[in-house]
Design a protein around this ligand. Structure first.
Ligand code: AGP
Length: 579
């Protein structure tokens, strides 16, 4: 859950590394560091976020360097534990993303050999192992080290006196940017977009030997070719574009991310896979998991196909037979639990599909086929436009299975999404920002919409919120209702309406204030609720989207009112690459 960058070429490495780390900050932001090599190895490390200003004091020499932004795993966020980690002699430096599972054994062994550890990080074991095996060639020393490592790693190593970076990957991503007599390396595409659109994705087991004018990639000791791919994201997509926060910008980009994903359609071979499935299992985590739950409700209703939706982290504990299509849904395509679940499905010979936003991500390499969402880069830790794009991809599957019955609905949905962006949520925000606890309730597909609303609320405002199936609230949580506990209720027309209105009345009878989302012109609901938020009276598929958007905005404005760090909520990282 960290970000790594590397640069080698003709430029001064320090500003390239600093800029790259700023782009990767959403992967972790409790400490950072860089190292460069000129005639000697120079290192600069600090605690806190790289955007807090301390990075500007770094003036390391050299046009070869590596950098790291950390989300603490082994060891507290301190300067000593920040990367790069260096060997005993201060000649070799590495930055690492991943977890070395046999770290304790390695450390014990290395200490017995006389190595002195400065930090509590698993990463430091790697650099001492490289030092131990160094016999005049850094590449050979890295190659001799890799078989000793258990766990996941993406690391970059440099050594004094050498314009050379060695990169190694196993279960954590590294992408290389190809410039003109220069190369970039990073955990994902973000830092590369400033410099090049030509990229190479390393595969698990690859080791890259990078010098300013030459790149050699090895796999199992053999030199291999990896294709150069063109990225269709551009650097403008990664800027705030006049918004106060990335999250707000990304919320406003949702009509586009939905529309673009629908417009891109589904490739013929993926269509076939989707049509052939007798049942569908989906695996995902967090917000992505919520989209799979929404899909389950909608697909079983509209296309009569049995759907299982499972959390990636729990998938391995279910041993039910699995012999049909498995779809992994992930914005980043790098979530460890989701990848592990998909690997399990592959091991059981199931056809597999990845729905992800990131071309070239690990999930796209594991899955048989990929359906790419078109959300563009999402920087804020809170998933918003990727959620909408996931729903676009999943709703297209429903449309496909229903022989195009929702063509018209889906091609106009972005207009309704646009309609709710400027809603005035002042009263609801005032209520939520005074609360310590809140409940979100819905039925049918609006139950996972409520779960998502609650996740967004707690994630960025730190107001404790729980998403509940409206019928479940009376089975325990009612005990928590007080006049200070807002309940957000999603009451859209259709089969759930009357029972949702009854549930709202039950909540009101317990004196909890109700913020109700209902369709425009619903006077009955507007009268019962303390605060009524209208959404357009549209098709069910679109209501799922508009209701979700309103809840994103509610969380966003509540978090702003409480002065929270919107794009970098505490303790969280965007890409969760540990189990
Ligand atoms: C949601 O706002 C979070 N950032 C989080 O729940 C996220 O959806 C989850 O970590 C899964 O990430 P992925 O979609 O990249 O796999």
């Amino acid at each position: 859950m960290c970000g790594i960058v590397g640069y080698i070429g003709r430029r001064d490495a320090t500003p390239v590394l600093i800029q790259g780390l700023k782009r990767l900050e959403y992967r972790g932001y409790d400490s950072f560091g860089i190292a460069t090599v000129g005639s000697e190895l120079e290192v600069y490390k600090r605690t806190g976020s790289i955007s807090d200003g301390e990075a500007e004091a770094a003036h390391l020499r050299g046009s070869t360097g590596i950098g790291h932004t950390r989300w603490a795993g082994y060891g507290e966020p301190t300067v000593v534990n920040a990367h790069p980690q260096i060997d005993c002699e201060g000649k070799i430096a590495i930055v690492h993303n991943g977890t070395i599972e046999n770290y304790s054994d390695l450390r014990r062994h290395l200490e017995e050999q006389g190595h002195t550890f400065r930090s509590e990080t698993d990463t430091e074991a790697i650099v001492h192992l490289i030092e131990e095996r160094y016999d005049g060639d850094l590449l050979s020393a890295v190659n001799a080290t890799l078989p000793l490592l258990q766990g996941s790693y993406a690391f970059l190593a440099i050594m004094e006196d050498a314009e050379r970076i060695i990169a190694a990957r196993n279960k954590s991503p590294i992408v290389l940017g190809v410039g003109d007599a220069e190369f970039f390396a990073a955990s994902d595409l973000m830092p590369l977009l400033d410099y090049t659109e030509r990229v190479i994705y390393l595969e698990d087991g690859d080791v890259a030997d990078i010098t300013p004018g030459r790149l050699d990639i090895y796999h199992g000791g053999q030199r291999v070719e990896r294709p150069i791919e063109l990225v269709d994201w551009c650097v403008e997509d990664t800027r705030k574009g006049g918004f106060d926060h990335y999250m707000l910008k990304e919320i406003f980009e949702q009509p586009q991310s939905f529309y673009e994903t629908i417009r891109a359609g589904i490739d013929e071979d993926v269509r076939q896979m989707l049509m052939d499935a007798d049942e569908i299992t989906l695996v995902a985590c967090g917000t992505s998991y919520h989209t799979t739950l929404i899909f389950k409700y909608l697909a079983e209703t509209f296309c009569n196909v049995p759907v299982r939706a499972e959390m990636g982290s729990e998938f391995k504990y279910f041993t039910a037979p699995l012999n049909n299509l498995v779809i992994a849904v992930s914005q980043s395509g790098e979530t460890t639990d989701t990848i592990a679940a998909l690997n399990m499905a592959k091991a059981r010979n199931c056809p597999t599909l990845a729905i992800t936003n990131v071309q070239g991500s690990t999930l796209t390499r594991v899955a048989d086929k990929t359906l790419l969402m078109r959300a563009g880069p999402e920087v804020s830790v809170a998933a918003t436009k990727s959620y909408t794009a996931q729903l676009a991809a999943l709703m297209q599957i429903i449309n496909l299975r229903c022989e195009g019955a929702f063509d018209d609905v889906l091609s106009h949905a972005h207009l309704a999404i646009g309609d709710v962006l400027l809603h005035n949520l002042e009263d609801a925000v005032a209520l939520c920002s005074r609360a310590d606890h809140a409940f979100f309730m819905g039925r049918g597909p609006f139950y996972p919409v409520a779960m998502e609303g609650a996740l967004k609320m707690k994630e960025i405002s730190y107001v404790h919120a729980e998403g509940y199936a409206a019928g479940e609230l009376k089975h325990g949580p009612f005990a928590l209702l007080t006049p200070e506990t807002p309940v957000v209720a999603i009451c859209t027309p259709g089969p759930i309406y009357n029972v949702m209105v009854s549930n709202v009345k039950e909540v009101k009878a317990r004196k909890a204030p109700v913020i109700a989302l209902g369709v425009d012109g619903d006077k009955e609901l507007a009268e019962i609720a303390d605060i009524f938020i209208p959404i357009p009276d549209t098709h069910l598929l679109v209501q799922v989207l508009t209701a979700s958007l309103v809840l994103q905005l509610l969380a966003y404005h509540t978090a702003c009112a409480l002065g929270r760090d919107i794009d970098r909520p505490r303790n969280l990282a965007k890409s969760v690459t540990v189990e």
